[in-house]
Design a protein around this ligand. Structure first.
Ligand SMILES: [Ca+2]
Ligand SMILES: [Ca+2]
Ligand SMILES: [Ca+2]
Length: 188
């Protein structure tokens, strides 16, 4: 396990810069100006905004830029927490400020902050699994890391299979699997 060794800080900064780049892209895709998120950044930090963005993308299963009720049911069920329908109804009622029955990113951010432990609880097992697989702690799963995991669980993959798997999983085409891409593989 890597502890406070020199270089850990710069590695962390590198991961954060890469993640922030992806968040900026997402925000612009959703039509959210970064300045609208500024107060969340000053109140809770950039890392929190990255975390909320990842959580939003995971719940937005079909990548439409908003979260629907069936998506909330699907995601919470798939991740083994199974929020009951009363709780989901309450989340939507609390979160949907403009009354269009879905949650856009800005609505989600407020909701996430109000129900942070519930959202974190849903994603926790997945996060732990991801961290175990990410052996070099780069924040991303490389093809080699994937192969090692598949070997370990007794289902070794050939280079071809690995490439094919990556083709399906690697939505943004950067050659690695990030936490959101990993979650999308698990949630079906
Ligand atoms: Ca709404
Ligand atoms: Ca890695
Ligand atoms: Ca990727």
């Amino acid at each position: 396990m890597e502890k406070e060794v020199p270089g850990a800080v710069s590695k962390y900064k590198e991961i954060r810069a890469r993640k922030w780049e992806s968040v900026s892209k997402d925000l612009s895709e959703w039509g959210v100006p970064v300045k609208d998120c500024q107060r969340y950044i000053s109140d809770f930090g950039k890392d929190k905004l990255i975390e909320m963005c990842e959580c939003f993308k995971i719940f937005d299963h079909t990548d439409t830029g908003h979260i629907t009720k069936p998506e909330m049911v699907l995601v919470s069920n798939c991740l083994g927490k199974g929020w009951n329908r009363h709780f989901i109804k309450r989340l939507l009622e609390d979160g949907d400020k403009n009354g269009d029955t879905v949650l856009d990113f800005m609505e989600f951010v407020e909701l996430y902050l109000a129900y942070e432990s519930e959202f974190q609880d849903v994603l926790n097992d997945l996060k732990v699994a991801f961290e175990v697989m990410d052996t070099d702690q780069s924040g991303y799963l490389s093809p080699d890391e994937l192969k090692i995991v598949m070997d370990k669980i007794g289902r070794p993959m050939s280079d071809e299979e690995t490439a094919h798997f990556l083709e399906i999983a690697d939505k943004n085409g950067d050659g690695e699997i990030d936490f959101v891409e990993f979650a999308k593989l698990v949630i079906k």
